[in-house]
Structures are given as structure tokens and as C-alpha cells.
Design a protein around this ligand. Structure first.
Ligand code: NDP
Length: 463
């Protein structure tokens, strides 16, 4: 691919000439086609279990919130019969209340294709992604900010004109979740077929379930439509925010008011996603886009896990009652949570933006000084100034603080609303370890050198 793309902010021209391959790049490309060991996420057994356990975990938390006031359902006794009864109860909840319905399927697919339509047709700025193995850079049209606001206008207009109720997502939550579970399985199979037809499979292990989980092609596209960017950024992320709003609408319908804690969680999540779209270009330098292949892990994570579990705090706040009323928090406590959220957000945003600005323009001053960096043998630069000179992953630290701040409005009656904080901390710890290994493989001694210069990962002088 060759072309010239104009950057909106700098009017600087970015050239993407057909690259002449260096020996290093030829080796990188040849490596992709070799058989790779199945050694991530617990290997063949680990990935097989994850594929089937994750949906069960989501049903379990949903059933706990919906039918048990948010207290986690568990076996009455730790005997074989106790565990069996627990699974039978869960199965009955799913079959009775989460069976896929025609209405849920229509809602979901209308949503999915509406978002696909926006991604394809809304005008946006064209930018080049990070260099892939072999030096190639893909072109992306970034129209997320416009699509986000179009969605936020279209949905209320539809509600106003009575096309559907504001509570439609909450009312169809469980059947829709099952529809998306099935769709994630099918969609991943389609990705496999697509990758085989286009001969785009890379780093395959030859073990079906392991490859099904890890993915097949890195950046599958239909024409110019980037399937991974779409799933990462559109149907799941916006649905998560709308799901929160729908739960808030339900609380209003039932109690005649929306509690402060629900308002707080809705605003936190809304802000996070609005910020994401405002800085949309930053996704192009993330691990998900640069490194990961597209398979069940990302498909399920993007389409099902994000919208149906990230709203658990709101869901819990609606269903969990104290003296027959939704949880009410004091002004002092709300201010504390807001402060924590602001701190986490500051860290998350500025650390990510610093790396992104540096990658766009390595001369860009950081905290008033010329940035210090390591020029790697691959040609890319590893920033050693600013936040990236203090710790190697302060962006994760900020995100983890944020994740706990989002849970705190639920107070402490049950562990269910802390699902997000627990999951996200685990995810980022594991992600950090995986990224470290990927960078070690990519950069070799340059990465070791960076780790020596910046020895801490999350907390300066501690870890
Ligand atoms: P990073 O943005 O930290 O990306 C890691 C990559 O950045 C590395 O592979 C390397 O790639 C490059 N890099 C690492 N160190 C440096 C350096 N010193 N200078 C320049 N480049 C460097 O991590 P992620 O992509 O995992 O995450 C981005 C954000 O998204 C995080 O804040 C994370 O918490 C958040 N996130 C949120 C999720 C959610 O569900 N809410 C899910 C996943 C992530 P290369 O050199 O090849 O460019």
C-alpha cells in the first residue's frame, strides 16, 4: 500500500511508501508463518477452559444480581450434590430468562449493523497505523467521535418518537447476552474462514482451540472495513454506555428517581468512552491493534464481555436495595470517590497521551525538556522521559485506580459489583507480563536496556 495521509492536528504529511524490506523485516515476516508454541493463557487446556468458562461466569454474576439482590449465588454446601444443585439452578435461570428471543436478536443485529454503517460511511480523518512486521502501515479512517455523537442523537430521537422505550436494553439484557454469546462463537469461525481464504493466518500453533482463542489474522479487513478496529471500538463500547443509561431509566421507572450512585457510575463510564473517542487515534498504538491477532478472545471481549459486564455496577445499584430503597451515598463519600476517579483518570490519560504524542513527533517537548529515548534496532524509539521514565506502565496504574473508583459507589454489601475492579486488575497485570514478553521478543537487548533504565512497572520504588 502506498499513499499520503494528512494529519489533522499538524498538517504534516505522512508518507507510506511501499517499503523495501530489510533483512530484519524479511525475518519477521518469515517468522509469522512458522508454527508457534501454544504457551499463552495456560496453553491448550487454559484457552479451552476460558472459552467455555467466561460465558458461565457472566451468567453467574448476572443471575446473582438479578435474582439474589446482588449477593453472589453459591452452592449451599461444598458437596457434589451442593455444587450440582448450584449449576442446575443457574442453568434453569439461563433457560428461563436468558433464552435468546427474536426481539433480542433484532435489537442486537440492528445495533451491530447500524454501528458498521457509521464506521463505513461517516467521513473521518485518514491516518496511518503503526508499522507492522515487514514495515507495512495500514490506513484507518477515524470517525469514532462523529459516530459516537450521531448515535447519542439518534437513540434519544427514536425514544422520543416512541420507536422503542428507554428501558429496552435492560428489559432484553439476558436474552440479548445469549444472542451475543452465540454470535461471538459464529463470528470467530467466520474470521477463521476469512483468514484461510486470504492466507492471512499468522503465528498459528496448529491446536484448534488455542488458535480459536488467540486468533488467526492480525488485521482482517473486508475491503477497507477493518473488522478488528470495528469490534474493538464500536458495538461493545457504546452499548456499554447505553446499557447503563437504560438501567438508570429502569430505576426511574420503578422508583421515580435515579440515585446519586447510579448517576455517578453513568457519568464515569460516559466520560471514559467520550474520552476514548476524542483521543481515538491512540488506539492505533495499543497492543490490541498492533500485536494481537483477531480471535475469540478479542471478539468475545469486545462484543459480549464489555457491554454486558462493565454495566454490572449500575445493574447492581438498581437491584440491590437497602431497607427497600436503592443505595444512597453521602456527599463526603461521593467526593472521595470523585477525587480517586479524577486522579486515576489524570494518570491514565496523560501517560497514554505522552507516548502517543512522542510516537507522532519524537521532538515534542515532555515536561519542558527534549525527550530522552532509546533508538531500537527495529527503528522505533522507546521513550525514557516523563511518565515513561518513571515506570514502564503508569497508564495501567491509572486505569486500575479508575476501575476501583467505578466500583466504590456500590459500597460494600457484596463482591458482585467489584467484579470489574478484580477482573481489570488481573487483566492489566497479565497484560503487562504479556507485553513485556512481546517487547522482549521484538526489541531484544534494547528492551532489556529500557528495563534497566526504568526498572519499575506500576509504582515508583515499589513495583
Ligand atoms: P500500551 O499503550 O502501554 O502499549 C504497549 C506498547 O507500547 C508496547 O507493546 C510497545 O509497542 C509500546 N511501548 C512500550 N513502552 C514504550 C515506551 N517507553 N516508549 C514508546 N513505546 C512504548 O498498553 P496497551 O495497549 O495494553 O493499553 C493502552 C491503554 O488501554 C492502557 O491504559 C490500558 O489500561 C487500556 N486498556 C483498557 C481496557 C479496558 O477494558 N478498559 C482493555 C485494554 C487496555 P511498540 O513499541 O511496538 O509500539
Amino acid at each position: 500500500m502506498s499513499g499520503t495521509v494528512r494529519n489533522r492536528n499538524t498538517t504534516e504529511k505522512v508518507h507510506n511508501e511501499e517499503p523495501k524490506l530489510t533483512e530484519q523485516q524479511k525475518k519477521e515476516l518469515a517468522d509469522l508463518k512458522k508454527i508457534h508454541p501454544a504457551n499463552e493463557f495456560g496453553g491448550i487446556v487454559g484457552t479451552f477452559l476460558l472459552i467455555f468458562i467466561l460465558p458461565v461466569v457472566v451468567y453467574w454474576i448476572w443471575a446473582s444480581i438479578e435474582f439474589n439482590q446482588g449477593y453472589l449465588l453459591r452452592p449451599a454446601t461444598l458437596s457434589v450434590d451442593g455444587v450440582k444443585d448450584f449449576f442446575v439452578t443457574l442453568y434453569n435461570y439461563v433457560i428461563t430468562y436468558a433464552y435468546p428471543t427474536k426481539e433480542a436478536a433484532v435489537i442486537y443485529f440492528a445495533w451491530f449493523f447500524f454501528q458498521a454503517f457509521l464506521q463505513h460511511f461517516v467521513p473521518g480523518r485518514r491516518v496511518l497505523g503503526s508499522p507492522l512486521p515487514g514495515g507495512k502501515r495500514l490506513e484507518y479512517t477515524l470517525n469514532g467521535w462523529a459516530s459516537w455523537w450521531i448515535t447519542l442523537i439518534v437513540i434519544p430521537v427514536c425514544i422520543y418518537f416512541g420507536l422503542f422505550k428507554a428501558t429496552i436494553l435492560y428489559d432484553n439484557y439476558a436474552p440479548m447476552m445469549t444472542v451475543v454469546n452465540i454470535w461471538s462463537f459464529v463470528f470467530t469461525i467466520l474470521l477463521k474462514v476469512h483468514a484461510m481464504i486470504k492466507d492471512e493466518e499468522e503465528r498459528m500453533s496448529g491446536h484448534f482451540f488455542y488458535d480459536y482463542w488467540m486468533g488467526f489474522a492480525r488485521n482482517p479487513r473486508i475491503g477497507s472495513f477493518d473488522l478488528k478496529l470495528f469490534c474493538e471500538a464500536r458495538p461493545g463500547l457504546i452499548l456499554w454506555v447505553l446499557m447503563n443509561f437504560s438501567i438508570a431509566a429502569k430505576q426511574f421507572e420503578v422508583y421515580g428517581e435515579v440515585s446519586i450512585s447510579v448517576i455517578m457510575v453513568c457519568c464515569f463510564h460516559f466520560w471514559y468512552i467520550a474520552d476514548y473517542y476524542y483521543h481515538e487515534e491512540a488506539i492505533l498504538t495499543t497492543m490490541d491493534i498492533i500485536t494481537e491477532k483477531f480471535g475469540y478472545m478479542l471478539v468475545y471481549g469486545d462484543l459480549a464481555w464489555v457491554p454486558f459486564t462493565y454495566c454490572f455496577q449500575c445493574y447492581y445499584l438498581f437491584k440491590h436495595l437497602v431497607d427497600g430503597q436503592p443505595i444512597h451515598i453521602s456527599i463526603g463519600y461521593a467526593c472521595f470517590v470523585l477525587g480517586l476517579k479524577a486522579f486515576g483518570f489524570y494518570l491514565f490519560r496523560w501517560v497514554n497521551s505522552q507516548k502517543h504524542a512522542f510516537r507522532r513527533n519524537p521532538e515534542h517537548l515532555i515536561w519542558g525538556k527534549k525527550p530522552d529515548y532509546i533508538l531500537t534496532k527495529r527503528g522505533t524509539k522507546l521513550l525514557c522521559s516523563g511518565f515513561w521514565g518513571i515506570c514502564r506502565h503508569l497508564n495501567y496504574t491509572g486505569d486500575i485506580i479508575l476501575s476501583w473508583a467505578w466500583c466504590l459507589p456500590c459500597q460494600f454489601d457484596s463482591a458482585a459489583p467489584y467484579f470489574y475492579g478484580i477482573y481489570f486488575t488481573t487483566l492489566d497485570l497479565h497484560r503487562c507480563w504479556r507485553d513485556h514478553n512481546a517487547c522482549l521478543e521484538k526489541y531484544g537487548d534494547d528492551w532489556k536496556n529500557y528495563c534497566k533504565r526504568v526498572p519499575y512497572v506500576f509504582i515508583p520504588k515499589v513495583f
